[in-house]
Design a binder for this molecule. Structure first.
Ligand SMILES: *Cc1c(COP(=O)(O)O)cnc(C)c1O
Length: 431
């Protein structure tokens, strides 16, 4: 199986985190997001242990909340001792509502509004990751007005192509995030920040992209960032106390995908960073990474019920389900691959189906060309694997479909972490 939390019972029905998927589907209805809480915790532990081994207490993984943001996620992060990265007032508010401490919230984003910045400082977020020169002025003005010194990191674009999908490539020079090194703008950005007394410039941030598998992407990023740190130290006397290299380790969506050995990669990144800092005679900065997908993706599964089978002889078979691009837009957006399994049974005879959603868009496909039992019929349950990241968090109400509930699986039991959206919920803001 794709991941060791996905198994088959002796009768052929699918289990997730050791629990029967058809039974959960009957109890909670479909479409349904299932989340394996123990897997989320194990993934956090993997980062925390690797960080501790490599850096002692001089490092912290920040969970990138955009991957899956709801209160229970932040309760898990608080209890695990993870930092958190937030991109909006909504994500910060969700974290704090769940009792997550503001001090370890790092506030990100390329288009923060003045209202966002005011809110973030009002609630006392630990760090603002400043994306650009204009934002520097906004953060500085807000901090000065409050009579405080706000800790900030400065987002630099190192100019690295992580050899990944263009749509999720954020490290090259002409992207909309951060301030590029290549053009000399990054240096002036740091100078400008250091001249603002209401800002405590703790260090630098970068993020080169998502679904990174290439072995040396972070090493190459660190080559560039340490080079810049050395330049800042020589010319401005500025010591980088914190270095945040962003998120991005890839996960397995299909059997063909590689498995990234994240602990081994972190150990190699640490060795590289220490060597470069020693050579440049720089103190080792406090080290941060921002994993999102690799914390939650394999902890998620989405379950649907087949509404209709449509066979166009000589062309195609569609299995049309009760969800679609509203709960998982990733195939529509990026052509993302997924592993699709029949949740009720296995069969010797299979046929190829396009798994289609119920939205009024011909592009509403969850996954093309999947092999399912040839006799798949209305009422059957279908599971899409590895949907823990960027599914619930990217869900919409297109066609006024309610978003599915999130049901957490833990200790052999299940509890609802996010309720199913009802038609009344959907109308709640209409006047
Ligand atoms: C999206 C994002 C992350 C998380 O990336 P993953 O691929 O989910 O690990 C981290 N940092 C920043 C700045 C991001 O934009």
């Amino acid at each position: 199986m794709l991941s060791d939390n996905i198994t088959r019972a002796p009768d052929g029905s699918l289990c997730f985190a050791g629990q029967s998927v058809p039974v959960l589907a009957k109890k909670h209805g479909t479409p349904l997001y299932l989340m394996d809480e123990e897997r989320i915790r194990a993934n956090c532990r993997m980062y925390l242990d690797a960080f501790r081994k490599a850096f002692g207490d001089r490092a912290l993984p920040l969970y990138a909340g955009k991957a899956a943001s709801f209160k229970q996620m932040y309760r898990i992060m608080a209890s695990m001792g993870m930092g958190v990265e937030a991109v909006s007032m909504g994500e910060i508010y969700t974290a704090l509502s769940a009792g997550y401490p503001a001090e370890t919230v790092y506030f990100h984003g390329d288009g923060k509004t003045e209202a966002d910045i005011r809110f973030a400082m009002e609630v006392g977020v630990g760090c603002v990751i400043v994306d650009n020169e204009h934002e520097l002025e906004l953060v500085s003005a807000e901090a000065a007005a409050r009579g405080l010194r706000q800790k900030v990191l400065l987002r630099i674009t190192p100019g690295i192509d992580p050899h990944t999908y263009e749509a999720v490539n954020t490290g090259t020079v002409d992207v909309k995030f951060g301030v590029p090194l290549e053009t000399g703008q990054a240096f002036r950005f740091v100078q400008q920040a250091l001249a603002l007394p209401a800002l405590d410039v703790a260090g630098l941030h970068c993020h080169v992209g998502s679904m990174v598998f290439d072995e040396d992407v972070f090493e190459r990023t660190i080559d560039i960032m340490v080079g810049f740190m050395a330049c800042l130290y020589r010319t401005l006397g500025f010591v980088t106390r914190e270095l945040d290299v962003g998120g991005g380790y890839g996960v397995r969506y299909t059997e063909e995908d590689k498995q990234a050995d994240i602990p081994a990669r972190i150990a190699a990144v640490a060795t590289h960073l220490k060597r470069l800092c020693t050579e440049a005679e720089l103190p080792l900065p406090f080290f941060l990474m921002e994993p999102g997908r690799s914390i939650v993706a394999d902890a998620g599964m989405t379950v649907y019920t087949v509404s209709t089978i449509k066979h166009i002889p000589g062309f195609k078979r569609y299995a049309i389900v009760d969800g679609g691009m509203g709960d998982n837009p990733r195939y529509c957006l990026y052509g993302s691959k997924y592993t699709v399994l029949h949740a009720d049974r296995e069969a010797d005879e299979t046929a190829v189906f396009d798994l289609a959603g119920r939205c009024c868009e011909s592009g509403d496909i969850l996954q093309p060309a999947v092999a399912l039992p040839a006799d798949t019929c209305p009422g059957d349950h279908i599971a899409v694997c590895t949907t823990g990241a960027y599914n619930y968090s990217m869900a919409s109400n297109y066609n006024r479909l309610g978003r599915p509930p999130v049901v957490m699986l833990r200790d052999g039991g299940a509890f609802t972490a996010v309720l199913r959206e009802s038609v009344e919920d959907i109308c709640a803001l209409d006047l």
